[in-house]
Write a protein that binds this ligand. Sequence first.
Ligand code: NI
Length: 238
Amino acid sequence: MADKGDELPGGGPKGAGDQLIRALRWFGVGLLGLVLIGAFGALVFGGWATRLEQDAGFVSPTTGDSALAGVPIGGPFSLTNASTGAAVTDKSFHGKWMLVYFGYTFCPDVCPTDLQRIVAALQQMGKAGDKVVPIFITVDPARDTREALARYVALFSPRLIGLTGSQEAVDRVVSAYRVYVQKVPAATSGAPYAVNHSAFIYLMDEKGRLAGVFPPGLSPTVLAQAWRKTLGRDGSSI
Ligand code: NI
């Protein structure tokens, strides 16, 4: 039903004019709305983009403004060093920074690419990189035997430590780091299955606390810059 108060007296051609005015008015309101939404979107997106650029994808749990603030990620684990056969726990690495990355040796693309980037970034960091231990934890212990994992990590760097363990021990660390792991049918013939997994890089400080999470796909230069910054925030000299 039309709103009488908005109608001009007379009707006829004036009614048509009134309709046009009303249409224009609504168009104006709509346009204003769009402009406001656009401005808001630009602000939000602009801020996000700037932050992403500034922080190079770094999400700090200490800044208090990230989705990860207060989320406990990491913690105790008990696994085996694939190369030495030694039993290791999270405490074995205290006093060093850990870069923790989850994956499996059969991974067709993401794992090898990111492991190369991690190693390259640590090289770019120079001496500061010596404080950091890169760790690759398998999410597929059934196929990643000690020998297979040891051979695999050695392809990337003698510094890269491969950790494996019983399915139960791996499940525990996967859960502690909030890693998504899903066994799926293999896309290519030859392999019995593939494992979909999240591919974040976790930077843990010298006491094993989460210091940063980095998404896959960042360049070594960006990673090296972000890690330098994080290590520097610790107050130790770099
Ligand atoms: Ni992978």
